[in-house]
Design a protein around this ligand. Structure first.
Ligand code: SDX
Length: 421
């Protein structure tokens, strides 16, 4: 591959270096474009624009490949714990047994949140969307832990990472309990990270609760599958906010808000609502497929399509298999799973979807498992956020440690030229 590219503009030739990635992706380094030519690039949605170089996650959208630090998502989902994957994403290597034990103990030690968080939680109406509550509570963490922004001190930064991983599932489960009008559960130090999440979400005060292996295994797999996904909308938001040297906690709070959107992480909730609408409408999937293809109809087939994957989302394949396994183990026959499979098959045979390379993405089947596990629809995107937290942390850490400049895109102005009052 050449190491530079020529640009001819107004009769002059300009040279720009080519940057080559570990998997042979190539980019034009345009850091000097405006200085040399006076030109900028324009790319709404950044469909063709790389924002950074990163060592964390690799996606091949054409081949449907996803790897965290070189390990395939299939291997990690089937062989690792969520906390092992979190460690891998954040620190770059899978932990040894001792490193994992220490990391899990550190997380246990930070798992209690200030009791005053209950006052903040109490101020929200039960009808509040849990993503709004979670974003607010995460921002509030900075008020109760002011020391957690100094990344120059390895110790302080490590403490901020562990604190966030420890407290986030507590805040998320308390958000769920608040919505349901249920008493709040504290973390149980004898349980694993994922067992604790289940415990805090589902333990009722009037009876014993032991998280079932099916529940824990499904949650563990779903959290791993959502853990990172290179420069998606919410991760780019976390990097952008962090680039102004805002702290880790407010940067993550911004990522939660970006993830909330139905075109992004909010799609898992929108998929179930869509499948329920189809079921209530009599299950006529062809009618909804026609709506999805009608340019005059704002309806989209939620859980379908992806900015990067122009092949199957590898996570969707794993989740689809897990959905069958979990529902079978729980003895649940959920009609909306059949509707989902029917929609998928029809889309795979439909030129509109085939021509646009629209396949099921991570959100298409995940809600069916969450629903089978007894998690309410409004909480689905919170579950996505719990999974994505280590990826957000890892990406924020990389951006800050690489001393990347503050993010500040240019624009092409198309408004009025100067005019007098
Ligand atoms: C996530 O980026 C990530 O990595 C995100 C994520 C992660 O892990 O972080 O993977 C998580 O956000 C998954 C995506 C969840 N969103 C949805 O399921 C919402 C439904 N999907 C879409 O709205 C859409 O596919 C996006 C937002 C996911 C991607 O949009 P793009 O890349 O901007 O593509 P586009 O909107 O330009 O669509 C290209 C064409 C258009 O038709 P034409 O104008 O060419 O005729 O495909 C059509 C679109 O109308 N299209 C759809 C469609 N998705 C795209 N038509 C019907 N139903 C859909 N779902």
């Amino acid at each position: 591959m050449e190491d530079q590219i020529d640009l001819i503009y107004q009769g002059k030739s300009y040279k720009f270096p080519l940057v080559k990635g570990a998997e042979d992706e190539a980019a034009i380094d345009i850091k000097t474009l405006r200085a040399q030519t006076g030109l900028i690039t324009l790319d709404p949605g950044f469909k063709n624009t790389g924002s950074c170089e990163s060592e964390i996650t690799f996606l091949d959208g054409e081949e449907g490949v996803l790897r965290y630090r070189g390990y395939s998502i299939e291997d990690l989902a089937n062989n690792s714990s969520f906390i092992e994957v979190a460690y891998l994403l954040i620190f770059g290597e899978l932990p040894s047994a001792d490193q994992l034990d220490k990391f899990e103990d550190e997380i246990r030690d930070y798992a209690l949140v200030d009791e005053d968080f209950k006052i903040i939680l109490k101020s929200f109406p039960k009808s509040a969307h849990p993503m709004g509550i979670l974003s607010s509570l995460t921002s509030a963490l900075i008020a109760f832990n002011p020391s957690s922004v100094d990344i120059n001190s390895e110790k302080d930064f490590h403490e901020a990472i562990v604190m966030l991983l420890a407290k986030f599932p507590v805040l998320a489960s308390w958000t769920h309990r608040k919505m349901k009008g249920l008493p709040l559960n504290y973390p149980n130090y004898d349980l694993s990270y994922t067992e604790n999440l289940a415990h805090m979400m589902f333990k009722m005060p009037n009876k014993d609760f032991k998280p079932s292996p099916t529940l824990v295994s499904a949650l563990n797999k779903l959290l791993i599958l959502h853990a990172d996904h290179e420069q998606n909308c919410s991760t780019s938001t976390v990097r952008m906010v962090g680039s102004s040297h805002a702290g880790l906690f407010p940067s993550i709070a911004s990522g939660i808000s970006a993830l909330w959107g139905p075109l992004h992480g909010g799609a898992n909730q929108a998929v179930i609502e869509m499948l329920e609408d189809i079921r209530k409408d009599g299950g006529d999937t062809k009618k909804f497929m026609a709506k999805a293809k009608d340019k005059n109809d704002p309806f989209r087939l939620m859980g379908f399509g992806h900015r990067v994957y122009k092949n199957f989302d590898p996570r969707a394949k794993i989740i689809k298999t897990a959905a069958d396994e979990v529902l079978a183990e729980l003895g649940i026959d959920d009609p909306i799973l059949d509707i989902a499979k029917k929609l998928e098959q029809e889309a795979l045979d439909d030129p509109y979807f085939v021509d646009r390379k629209l396949y099921p993405n991570v959100d298409f089947y995940s809600g069916i498992i969450y629903r089978a596990l007894g998690i309410p629809t409004e909480m689905f995107t919170v579950m996505f956020a719990i999974g994505r937290l280590p990826g957000w942390i890892a990406q924020w850490k990389e951006m800050r440690f690489n001393k990347e400049p503050i993010g500040r895109p240019r624009q092409i102005y198309t408004g009025y030229t100067h005019r007098s009052i």
